[in-house]
Design a protein around this ligand. Structure first.
Ligand code: SF4
Ligand code: SF4
Length: 143
């Protein structure tokens, strides 16, 4: 687990919570090369959601890379599930999409959060997530 910067009182730097509200800009879903990892179970759920046999769904939309399964990208690097700025499988999107921006890597240091927020206008906007909510999301990705 990555080291998390602590405040003087020993609490994580984000112990007072962090604000986030997705602005729907779609930047985290494309425009540059990336990886949207999913488990086999997530892939099967998504295939069911779109009404396709899993094998056909995998062949059409998913590629296998060294770490596992990730969505293919369009020529402009958008995730293949992004359509008109909207995620076609939002309700069943993979964990890494659901947990953003509370990824362990963004929570190590305030600087890491700030750096990530430069590409995501939803970070530091909107309602405050309580420390407990953030930890629950972070732990989902930390496994
Ligand atoms: S980059 Fe941030 S604000 Fe834009 S769609 Fe992704 S999560 Fe939402
Ligand atoms: S699965 Fe949906 S939320 Fe995740 S990157 Fe693709 S379009 Fe975005």
């Amino acid at each position: 687990m990555p080291r998390i910067q602590k405040r003087d009182d020993g609490q994580p730097w984000y112990a007072d919570g962090l604000c986030f509200a997705c602005q729907g800009c779609g930047r985290c879903c494309g425009r540059s090369p990336g990886y949207v990892w999913m488990t086999k179970e997530e892939m099967a759920d998504i295939a069911r959601h779109v009404g396709m046999p899993v094998k056909e769904f995998r062949r059409t939309y998913v590629r296998r890379l060294w770490r596992g399964l990730t969505f293919k990208e369009k020529p402009n690097y958008d995730c293949v599930m992004l359509d008109g700025g909207r995620c076609l499988v939002y309700e069943v999107r993979p964990l890494q999409c659901r947990v953003w921006p509370f990824w362990p890597s963004n929570l190590t240091l305030p600087q890491a959060w700030r750096a990530a927020s430069r590409g995501c206008p939803g970070m530091d906007a909107g309602p405050r997530y309580a420390f407990e909510q953030i930890e629950a999301l972070r732990m989902e990705m930390d496994g």
